[in-house]
Design a protein around this ligand. Structure first.
Ligand SMILES: Nc1ncnc2c1ncn2[C@@H]1O[C@H](COP(=O)(O)OP(=O)(O)O)[C@@H](O)[C@H]1O
Ligand SMILES: [Mg+2]
Length: 303
């Protein structure tokens, strides 16, 4: 359904103590292409972070159901890429193939390669746990551990991965700062995570994923359960994080794709498996889509 403009959903757990910032969107409507071309796009190959992530001919199945067909897409290091497309076209499935979470599903099968720093994460002998540390994930619904404190949540990944950090206080502060949450929680580190608003919980989940120092962060509709103010905070966080890592974000919100991403990729399922229809710099995808189906989707004719 037409949920492209779902920015204004209520944050069910909004906290009166959380300062709400105004969205930067102006009252005069601007085209998506204007919004997208307003940001400075990062060029691939110009970033010292390495070669990023590359999907090569990725197919995914659930049992006999072919869910994703032959997706080849590069995510250059230090860039933000939006995955867009109607519900059910395989965005989440594709995201899960990028850090080997797809195989958690019992009936799941996969073909193709995903290269991280030039090496296939599916090559035999690969340590799957290490891959999931290098490629972190944030989900639609904030999922902090409710019985842990804010501080314990941030550091929980270290324990699971048996990583020893020399100074956990510094790491805690660094992760919360990078996630844009430090100033709001620095005096509340021993409170339970459940005391935070939905938007704060989502930034806490981002801080938690940063603690193991991933190179790539996958985000599956991270703002779809949040109010506009919290959404704005997450978008600011994404922009800061992209200076030091590669980000792939699934979003139903075209304005968000235009605001946060350097590149966008449009996926579509036409009854069969989801396929990549086109990918391009975001400003190009919104101003001069090559495929009629992309144009129809980004202009809100379906989806
Ligand atoms: N665990 C699963 N078992 C079986 N089919 C699934 C499962 N997860 C997703 N699918 C199917 O795979 C297709 C792609 O789903 P999904 O990746 O969730 O799409 P999107 O994120 O774009 O909405 C859909 O047809 C969906 O029904
Ligand atoms: Mg999904």
């Amino acid at each position: 359904m037409g949920d492209n403009q779902n920015l204004g959903q209520e944050d069910s757990q909004s906290n009166p103590g959380e300062e709400k910032k105004e969205m930067k969107t102006s009252t005069t409507p601007r085209s998506l292409a204007d919004v997208a071309s307003n940001r400075t796009r990062k060029e691939p190959g110009t970033n010292p972070l390495g070669s990023g992530l590359e999907a090569r001919g990725v197919h995914a199945w659930f049992g006999s159901k072919h869910a994703l067909k032959d997706v080849t897409l590069d995510f250059a290091a230090g860039t933000v890429t939006s995955l867009i497309g109607p519900s059910g076209c395989g965005k989440s499935t594709f995201l899960r193939t990028l850090n080997r979470m797809h195989e958690f599903i019992p009936t799941a099968a996969l073909a193709g390669e995903v290269l991280l720093g030039g090496k296939d994460i599916y090559a035999s002998g690969t340590d799957v746990t290490k891959i999931r540390l290098r490629i972190g994930m944030v989900f639609q619904k904030p999922n902090p551990f409710p019985s842990m404190t804010i501080g314990q949540n941030v550091l929980s990944g270290l324990k699971l991965a048996q990583i020893k950090a020399p100074n956990t206080d510094d790491l805690l502060q660094e992760c919360l700062e990078r996630a844009g949450l430090w100033s709001e929680v620095k005096d509340r580190l021993n409170e339970h995570a459940s005391a935070l608003s939905g938007g704060q919980q989502q930034r806490l989940c981002i801080a938690r994923s940063l603690a193991v120092r991933p190179e790539v962060l996958l985000m599956d509709e991270p703002c779809s359960a949040l109010d506009p103010g919290s959404t704005f905070r997450i978008e600011e966080t994404i922009s800061h994080l992209a200076k030091t890592m590669t980000i792939v974000i699934v979003t139903h919100n075209m304005q968000q794709a235009a605001r946060v991403s350097d590149y966008s990729a449009f996926l579509l399922s036409d009854g069969g498996p989801g396929e990549l229809i086109e990918s391009a710099p975001t400003s190009e995808l919104f101003s001069r889509p090559r495929d009629k189906r992309t144009e129809d989707y980004v202009t809100g004719r379906f989806g």
